[in-house]
Write a protein that binds this ligand. Sequence first.
Ligand SMILES: Cc1cc2nc3c(=O)[nH]c(=O)nc-3n(C[C@H](O)[C@H](O)[C@H](O)COP(=O)(O)OP(=O)(O)OC[C@H]3O[C@@H](n4cnc5c(N)ncnc54)[C@H](O)[C@@H]3O)c2cc1C
Length: 186
Amino acid sequence: MKDVVVIGGGIAGLQAAVYTAKAGEDTLVLDSDESLVYNTSNIQNLVGHDYIAGQELLRNGREKLEDFNGEFREEKVEKLEKTDNGFLVTAEENEYEAEYVVLASAGMTDYLKPLDVEFEESKEGPYWMDRHIVTDEDNKVMGGLYAAGLIRYWVYQTAFAMGDGTKAAVNLLSDKYGEPYQDHDT
Ligand SMILES: Cc1cc2nc3c(=O)[nH]c(=O)nc-3n(C[C@H](O)[C@H](O)[C@H](O)COP(=O)(O)OP(=O)(O)OC[C@H]3O[C@@H](n4cnc5c(N)ncnc54)[C@H](O)[C@@H]3O)c2cc1C
């Protein structure tokens, strides 16, 4: 039983997973290695970087996750189901049980068919994902299930995905610990 499984190891998913792993939660990221940012060679709009390539951001996120004892596996998720204790994640090669799940798979949502989750039409025009999962204002889809990044909102920017991954993780950890979670480095 994992504490947290993150489905999608792009920008939002890696950022959420770094938070939960740093908090000491046993965190696994499952990813099919198709992040939208993968082929962007020159992202210039991030504070803290003159410019940075998408691949470098993703590599850094994976390394940070591992530094905090999180795990990254390149494995596509095929099905997500609710169980009495949490969730059952069926991936290409393995099944995983998780207490909490974060959805961060951008436009890919077929694996959600077994779950009773709500979608809304994309309202903002010609983005390639045509629907978003409905969450509350704390990124929660249902008990134990959170979403971050393009899967739940249309803002097509790396900085937004990072912020939204952070928000999902902080809300998950606050729910789990029963008090507002804060991560302050010295
Ligand atoms: C050509 C291009 C240029 C861009 N340039 C910029 C830029 O200059 N500045 C900027 O701010 N933003 C830019 N963006 C936008 C940025 O890439 C996105 O906003 C950001 O990647 C969204 O993050 P995300 O985590 O929601 O999705 P992604 O980063 O796409 O991550 C989703 C992840 O989920 C995985 N996944 C999907 N389905 C499954 C499954 N079933 N099982 C396991 N894993 C799964 C995918 O493999 C992927 O890794 C650009 C996008 C594109 C396409």
